[in-house]
Design a protein around this ligand. Sequence first.
Ligand code: SIN
Length: 544
Amino acid sequence: MTTASERYDVIVIGSGIAGLTFALELADSARVAVLTKRTLADTNTALAQGGFSAVVGDDDQFDLHVQDTLVAGAGVCREDVVRMVVESGPEAVRRLVERGVKLDRNPDGSLQLTREGGHSRRRVTHARDATGCAIQDALTLRVQEHAQIEVFEHHHAVDLITRARSAKGRGIGLPGSREDRVLGVYALDTTTQTVRALAAPVVCLATGGAGRAYVYTSNPKVATGDGVAMAYRAGARIANMEFFQFHPTLLFHPTENSFLISEALRGEGGILRTADGEAFMARYHPLKDLAPRDIVARAIDRELKTRGDESVFLDMTHLPAAFLESHFPTIHARCMSVGIDMRTHPIPVVPGAHYMCGGVQVDMDGRCNLHGLLAIGEVSCTGLHGANRLASNSLLEGAVYAVRAAQAARTLLKETASPPLLDVPSWDAGDARSPDEHVVMNHCWDEIRSLMSNYVGIVRSNLRLRRAERRLELLYGEVREDYWRFLLSADLIELRNLCTVALLIVRSSMIRQESRGLHYSIDYPETDDLNWRHETVLRRPAYE
Ligand code: SIN
């Protein structure tokens, strides 16, 4: 059983904008533990380039931002959620600034706004082309300063501890059932290789996305879908996993292939061209290079497949060199470091996995169907993004839901103060031994990522999905055997989670028999509003 020092009021897993904002909102009234599998700064947030969308411009209105979000979401957004998030935007920006985030300003002191695909107005607040880094640095500092927040770096969450699991065989009910609730989390301390049982009546998942399920991705190495996989195993409802957003423009380079080339470049006039110089987007959409992201990514995919080219090119050479250097210093420097001068040469780009629009299905306050469990940020499915996320709406969503979920956590804490919680059992490693064959695990990683890229990427078909499912089921069986047989390692935990998430993406894609937003199937190329204008939901059938 756990010792008293390992009990908290609230545990939050993940340290991006959602997790850290949530911790800061709660820390004055609760004892908060922040778990992160590497360091506080290793997050998807830190890599965000474009920015944080909010209605702060003189020519903008809430209705316009709502409308743009609904259009991108292709009929499956929850409209009440969209309105709530959009209307909370200006206050969320104010809180970020108050916490020390330095956003770019015009000479008159107003916030500088850029434009991205699908936005009818300039409404993307930013810190040059490294907005996420500015946010991450400021929030990290605030969290480190706070006495009530205990930070556990290098602690890899393994699984949620729930009442059903702890009392397995004692008739308390199935995972996710009415009587079930979350009690804490098992976490592997990767510096000592020991598993700790941390107890809390409220656990908040803020673990980000799962771009590492694909070969080309803008996501950092940590994006392995841990939160979705843990929540699924614990009986939570998982929605809309077929909607995985591919960013149209990642740098194409043999070694630097996960570097994002921000959509803000096209917002400022960048033009996509084929290798022979044709500005091809005019053939695909009236908005050309600023068409919604799914359309641009599919157009590039099609050009690459029909022409047999390895990349297309983003041409910025018609814009003043000084403008490029001052607005996009990070991108300019990274391109120069691999010998590409964007002032004089088009940048070679390919689409890559970027954002998981599906996730743990939650209500307006980040609560899911498992009592005590909250989910915020990319790991959650709130209904804001629907079938396709509007650019720069995700940092906004993370910040807004962090505040609402913190309020939900306060309410949960009041409710759980009186009845004693079940004891939390310590981790039992059984007869597990050290893994002897790393080659097997490495091969599994490669196999999952390559089959997801080839069969479950931008364009899908029944045949590809069936084959992907068969292979993933086989791999999952093997990974589960390893999970029970070998001592835990970060690699093994991530592999198990990635495999689970890949299967969820495939199964959700198989359910949706139409094309909509980010899900395009050559077997069902039309959108079918009569039958499919709703979320797809998956739930683990029974205890494994
Ligand atoms: C970008 O900078 O292009 C990414 C913005 C986003 O995905 O929201």
